[in-house]
Design a protein around this ligand. Structure first.
Ligand code: GDP
Length: 365
């Protein structure tokens, strides 16, 4: 399952946000991974297409796709040098697919800030610097080894060497490596390093609840927006404390509560949606009598990889994917009719799965 990691300096509101996430409506009983680690929270991604599919298929149950948030506490200045529990935390970040940077924009004299002032941009730079240094460390250890391989005219080594050098130069010049144009071939060669600086990111601005209806009234938030423009990253204002307070309420009650603060949607919902979309996540469906279910995949994934999201055996033994697009199935009104209209395709290993595809995998066990 895809995971986003929540990172940030101490006392910015990470745990508060995380607790709100874990209290939210997770249908634990329906999910095989109900027993997960305490620092992992599962959220549901609402998608109205599931209900439309259910009208056609009449399944016993409907399962929305999920998204996992991991609370990665303990990142402090010096982590890349092993300060605090440094390297251990950095290795946790390597495992996530996306990073949510939580920064503190709220003022509260009772809650200390590690550097004694509210400075979201400075905080963000501290954290990003740790991630960058950790990557540099890895890259610098790898490059001399690659240099040796270059002498043997190893083409892959040449490509890897060049792309790692480009990333290194970017970091050294304070350029976000995410803005580099890295080809699919290059990405494959460096995938094993799980470089932190290349992970898609979102900035979460933890503001005071009374600022939610007009976050621009918060100077720190404005600073953060300005900074985020430079590295093309989205900023989501959220009040972790408010999210925590409303997490246990039902959906309707939440809306009523939020109305009092002059907002229409919980920040957490926005965060889930934005995280999903902006991180290039897409949804495919499986639809049978037992269940209609949504699955998250990354834009560009091929059919076998998508099968692997359900089970690694599906990927290993992949033969083909019986495929129909959501629009075609809805237009046809039934799978049978869609078949008659020639809308059911058999796709092979190279098929790039599209958002809304309804897939039925054939595989060897
Ligand atoms: P973490 O170290 O980043 O996980 O931070 P916590 O979530 O433990 O929060 C640190 C402190 O800030 C706690 O006492 C929270 O209750 C408080 N806090 C978190 N979010 C807010 C907020 O939006 N407003 C205010 N005033 N306090 C908050």
């Amino acid at each position: 399952m895809l995971k986003a990691g929540i990172v940030g300096l101490p006392n910015v509101g990470k745990s508060t946000l995380f607790n709100a996430i874990t209290k939210a409506d997770v249908l634990a009983a329906n999910y095989p991974f109900a027993t997960i680690e305490p620092n992992v929270g599962v959220v549901l991604v609402q998608d109205e297409r599931l209900n439309e599919l259910a009208k056609i298929v009449n399944p016993q149950r409907i399962l929305p796709t999920t998204f996992e948030f991991t609370d990665i506490a303990g990142l402090v200045k010096g982590a890349s040098k092993g300060e605090g529990l440094g390297n251990q935390f950095l290795s946790h970040i390597r495992e996530v697919d996306a990073i949510c940077h939580v920064v503190r924009c709220f003022e509260d004299e009772n809650i200390t800030h590690v550097s004694n002032k509210i400075d979201p941009v400075g905080d963000l730079e501290t954290i990003k610097m740790e991630l960058y240094l950790a990557d540099l460390d890895q890259i610098e250890r790898r490059i001399p080894r690659l240099a040796k391989m270059l002498k043997q005219n190893d083409r892959d080594a040449q490509i890897e060497h060049d792309v790692l050098n480009r990333i290194k130069t970017a970091i050294e010049n304070d350029i976000d490596p995410k803005t580099l144009d890295i080809s699919e071939e290059e990405n494959k060669l460096i995938a094993n390093y799980h470089l932190l600086s290349l992970k898609p990111s979102i900035y979460v601005a933890n503001v005071a609840d009374f600022e939610l209806s007009d976050p621009n009234s918060n100077k720190h938030y404005l600073d953060l927006l300005e900074y985020a423009k430079k590295d093309n990253t989205i900023v989501i204002p959220i009040s972790a404390q408010l999210e925590m307070e409303i997490a246990h309420l039902g959906y309707e009650d939440q809306l009523m509560f939020l109305e009092e603060y002059g907002i229409k949607e919980s920040g957490l919902n926005k965060l889930i949606k934005e995280a999903y979309n902006l991180l290039g996540l897409r949804t495919y469906f499986t639809a049978g009598e037992k269940e209609v279910r949504a699955w998250t995949f990354i834009n560009g994934m091929k059919a076998p990889q998508c099968a692997g999201i359900i089970h690694t055996d599906f990927e290993k033994g992949f033969i083909a994917a019986e495929t129909i697009s959501y629009d075609d199935l809805i237009a046809a009104g039934s799978r049978q009719k869609a078949k008659e209209l020639g809308k059911v395709r058999i796709e092979g290993k190279e098929y790039i799965v599209k958002d809304g595809d309804i897939l039925n995998f054939r595989f060897n066990v």
